[in-house]
Design a protein around this ligand. Structure first.
Ligand SMILES: Cc1cc2nc3c(=O)[nH]c(=O)nc-3n(C[C@H](O)[C@H](O)[C@H](O)COP(=O)(O)OP(=O)(O)OC[C@H]3O[C@@H](n4cnc5c(N)ncnc54)[C@H](O)[C@@H]3O)c2cc1C
Length: 478
């Protein structure tokens, strides 16, 4: 059993397998480099029914998704999710408690009820830490860090997986593979995603013939700390949930011009409102203001964000936080069914790289960690049903891999990021989409036409180009 990824989807999938199934889990860098590890806000789940219900969570998810959601998938997510949240608490994952010892639930944009459980403002790190601690107790799971899957080839009863490791290339055979490779954010200049998010799983699945769906359904988070770095520091939705105002360059609130839900409108609405307001005023300067809240409360509720802002010289208890939208999340991805099966037999996908259809056109805040839990478990359960009498092994595969060749010239990563930023950032630019497509096709011809060395850089760029191409094609068609 090969699991590609050590984020929440990969870790939770691995934990579903019984001791007699050998699992090899890959991480492209060290185990903590993942979007999961950066998740701040929390996990949305209906864990009590006093003032919440499954139907309200379903309704909020579908409204945020622009009614483009797969209703069966949403139903499964909302009804089964609470069971998975309770399960990870058994593995030791902690969530903040209120004065009476109950779970402290917070509010985020698009939610009609306080239903997001969180561990301060570093929920994802807490989940990864505890799930990976549990993974380490399992003798049947081996984790290989700094090992990237470059390619999958169909062979009898499974796949040959070609890997780039620190010791050089090697191959393994696996009878089943679950891709849990995360998002595609690094194809943009400004993103909250870590360096692992170059869309490798999407490219590898596409090359195997799997269907990719709605890759252009990308969420742009409205409030990242505005800086010139590639990886932007996120100012979680829950800061607005706790009462922060969004201000324009004149320090005026402006959301009333665009949506009656004001600062708590869904993310896509807030991001578009910022872009429209910037066109109206001619300024890219925007701020979050939460200085009216108690300083002690802010430091305790948002310790990570408080420290992160201080590193840029901004004290959020006294100063306005400069913010601007940036790429944040991929709603579309590798098409999967309710069992997380892709259209290629024995190939599964879960987490951010998969398209279950739960999010529609726009993910409701804090639904993605829940999706990663529910549907990675589904993948493992389906594989266990398939292997009841068969083999789910992973073993060394002899292969003569020659990854040598010429070094890749130029800085193609920057080229791809600049063209994506121009063509499709929050709102698409028609002319830039057409030009961008031509540029991407040119890059892809260069990658395929010359005999370049298969290096980590080559692997990233191939994936980024493949994803950028699919996205711009979809945008052009739409
Ligand atoms: C800053 C930030 C804040 C967020 N906050 C929240 C939140 O509060 N609530 C919420 O629900 N969601 C949140 N999200 C989204 C959520 O964190 C992600 O959607 C989710 O964690 C994705 O999990 P994953 O396991 O699918 O992918 P990831 O956690 O990104 O893990 C991907 C894994 O795949 C590995 N990988 C990738 N390519 C390869 C390859 N070729 N070979 C080997 N390994 C590979 C990586 O090394 C990594 O281990 C946030 C995201 C970010 C970036």
């Amino acid at each position: 059993m090969l699991i590609v990824g050590s984020g929440i989807a990969g870790a939770y999938a691995a934990l579903q397998f019984p001791p007699h199934i050998r699992v090899l889990m890959l991480a492209k860098f060290t185990e903590e480099v993942s979007s999961s590890n950066l998740a701040q806000g929390g996990v949305a789940a209906v864990l009590s029914f006093e003032d919440d219900s499954f139907s309200l969570h379903i309704e909020d998810t579908v409204i945020a998704g622009g009614h483009a959601n797969d209703l069966e998938a949403v139903d499964v997510l909302v009804r089964e999710g609470p069971g998975d949240v309770r399960k990870i608490m058994e593995y030791g994952v902690e969530f903040d408690r209120n004065e009476t010892g109950g779970l402290d639930k917070t509010l985020e944009g698009g939610h009609s009820r306080r239903r997001i459980v969180h561990f301060k403002d570093s929920t994802g790190a807490e989940m990864v830490r505890k799930l990976m601690a549990e993974v380490r107790t399992r003798k049947n799971i081996a984790l290989s860090e700094n090992t990237r899957l470059y390619n999958l080839t169909k062979v009898t009863s499974g796949f040959r997986a070609d890997l780039l490791t620190e010791e050089g290339p090697r191959s393994v055979f696996c009878s089943y593979c679950i891709l849990c490779t995360g998002g595609i954010g690094r194809i943009y200049r400004y993103t909250t995603n870590p360096k692992s998010s170059t869309g490798d799983g999407v490219r590898i699945a596409q090359e195997l013939g799997a269907k990719i769906k709605d890759l252009s359904y990308i969420q742009f988070h409205p409030t990242a700390f505005h800086s010139e770095r590639n990886e932007q520091f996120l100012i979680s939705e829950s800061v607005r949930g706790e009462g922060a105002y969004l201000l324009n360059h004149k320090h005026e609130r402006f959301m009333h011009r665009y949506d009656k839900r004001l600062e708590l409108a869904p993310r896509d609405v807030v991001s578009k409102s910022i872009i429209l307001e910037s066109r109206r005023t001619g300024s890219n300067q925007f701020f979050l203001d939460i200085t009216h809240e108690d300083a002690g409360f802010l430091k305790n509720r948002f310790p990570g964000i408080y420290e992160g802002c201080l590193a840029y010289g901004v004290d959020m208890t006294k100063d306005l936080i400069p913010v601007f939208p940036c790429q944040h999340y991929l709603m579309g991805g590798i098409e999967v069914d309710m069992d997380s099966r892709t259209t290629v037999p024995r190939l599964y996908a879960a987490g951010e790289c998969a398209n279950t259809g739960v999010h529609g056109k726009n993910r409701l805040a804090s639904n993605s960690l829940l999706e990663a839990l529910v549907f990675s478990r589904h993948a493992a359960e389906d594989i266990m049903r398939c292997v009841a009498n068969g083999n789910a092994g992973v073993s060394a595969h002899p292969a003569n891999l020659d990854f040598s060749g010429a070094p890749l010239p130029g800085n193609l990563k920057d080229e791809i990021r600049s063209l994506m930023q121009r063509a499709y950032f929050v709102l698409p630019d028609e002319a830039a989409v057409r030009t961008g497509l031509r540029q991407i096709e040119h890059i892809q011809r260069r990658l395929k036409g010359s005999r370049y060395a298969i290096t980590p850089e080559f692997c990233d760029i191939s994936s980024m180009a493949a994803c950028a191409h699919i996205i711009l094609r979809e945008v052009e068609e739409r």
